[in-house]
Design a protein around this ligand. Structure first.
Ligand code: SAJ
Length: 406
């Protein structure tokens, strides 16, 4: 069956979601064709979309055929999920919903959230019929979950090419949601129910977290045994059925370090491995700080160059960045003078800018002044640092970038 989709209202226009979207500065920037974060090809597409009047940002949702909710789902201090932004999005779209609409939740969500969204909308709009997994009555508004899966820096391509999972509260909901993705998707669509789709997304990120934890645990073991973890992994991966990921300074970003907790909070007694992986990854920044402090002991007042602050290579996103946690812990607990360099940033973030022993400088300037060079993010430009500039200094490489020299 055909369900024509002419207008789509996206709630949440950036990775800070709804609170950002209602900010007049963001609305102006998007309407002027300027994205608020850098992502290959996004600025060009945004300019084209706004110029052709295919995209318009507003501070309040407007009537549309389909509504896509893409707001953040952080956790509370006790690591239980915080669904406030989804609730705010529901409250914002409820007044403009009409019969025939489809509402799609794209935010990564704990199992049960899509049905909870439908219940909230039904309460706000008693004049419309919303879906329930317990009933197959005809509906006015369809509700489904279609979790996003794109990798930062490859977002534009992956958005079109990746396969998508569509979890409808009912079969009809999945069918209606599919019509939205058929407009642009080249990857395959797989239909399922909403709770399965919710868990699939969480499982994807938890699987990556567990695999990174394995690599991080290997880095701790190799440190104790005096072995090169990068070489060990490189050689182990020559086995046809072994594919170990890379250790690093810890796991950052707003997804992989957060989403496994949504599974843990749904089944606390049955998530020993997922929890242990989170703990291994969360403990890695502290380990890197202790490595730096140990090597710094032999200097009177060491100058430490921290290379990289973002949560992963070649992005400008600093959310939950282990590199920031390491730099900040180091600055707070020691005598060290810290020089920070990051080719993807123009200044220190607020939490480091207020520390008197931390300053921001250009990469080679930081390296040349340093007694100890700490590689925290394997940004591509760091690969151009001349080898001899590193070999004559103490180097602590949390990323494997300098393994190319060995
Ligand atoms: N990392 C390692 N070692 C590795 C790989 C990554 O330490 O071998 C670290 C990175 O440095 C970073 C963190 O893990 O700090 C996460 O980076 P990432 O590149 O693995 O993932 P994200 O957070 O940028 O994006 C993930 C992706 N999920 C999966 O690959 C399963 C993406 O497809 C999702 O759309 C995204 O989460 C999301 O929004 O959920």
């Amino acid at each position: 069956m055909e369900y024509p989709i002419k207008t789509v209202c996206i709630v949440g226009l950036g990775y800070i979601g709804l609170p950002t979207a209602v900010n007049p500065r963001v609305v102006e920037a998007v309407n002027a064709g300027q994205p608020l974060f850098s992502e290959p090809d996004l600025d060009m597409l945004l300019r084209a979309a706004t110029t052709l009047r295919k995209l318009r940002a507003t501070s309040q949702p407007e009537p549309a055929d389909a509504f896509v909710i893409a707001v953040p789902t952080p956790f509370h201090q006790d690591r239980s999920p915080n669904l406030d932004y989804i609730d705010l999005a529901a409250d914002a779209i409820a007044p403009v919903l009409v019969s025939g609409n489809v509402v799609i939740l794209e935010s990564t969500s704990p199992v049960g959230t899509t049905e909870r969204l439908a219940v909230r909308l039904a309460r706000l709009r008693p004049d419309l019929r919303f879906p329930s997994s317990r009933s197959s009555e005809p509906l006015d508004v369809h509700v489904a979950h279609c979790p996003e899966r794109v990798l930062p820096r490859r977002m534009v391509r992956e958005l079109i090419e990746n396969d998508r999972i569509i979890g409808g509260i009912t079969e009809a909901c999945a069918e209606h949601a599919e019509a939205v993705y058929r407009v642009f998707l080249q990857g395959k669509l797989f239909r399922t129910d909403a709770p399965t789709a919710e868990l699939v997304k969480l499982v994807e990120n938890a699987s990556r977290d567990v695999n990174i934890a394995f690599a991080n645990e290997l880095s701790l073991i190799c440190d104790q045994l005096g072995l090169n973890v990068w070489r060990v992994i490189e050689l182990a991966n020559r086995h046809p059925r072994v594919s170990i990921l890379q250790p690093g300074p810890g796991v950052g970003g707003h997804c992989i370090a957060v989403d496994p907790w949504f599974i843990i909070s749904s089944a606390p007694e049955r998530t020993r491995l997922i929890r242990a992986a989170r703990e291994v990854n969360d403990s890695k920044p502290k380990f890197v700080v202790s490595q730096i402090r140990e090597r710094a002991e032999r200097f009177k007042r060491p100058v430490v160059a921290c290379l990289g602050l973002t949560y992963k290579p070649d992005v400008d996103d600093m959310r939950e960045s282990p590199a920031i946690a390491i730099t900040s812990q180091l600055a707070r607990c020691g005598e060290e003078r810290i020089l920070v360099a990051d080719p993807n940033l123009t200044a220190l973030p607020q939490e480091l800018a207020t520390l008197s022993n931390v300053s921001f400088c250009e990469t080679m300037e930081a390296v040349r002044q340093a007694d100890i060079v700490v590689v925290l993010v394997a940004h591509t430009p760091f690969r151009k640092i001349p080898r001899e500039e590193l070999t004559r200094r103490v180097v602590i490489d949390a990323t494997g970038l300098t393994h190319q020299y060995s």
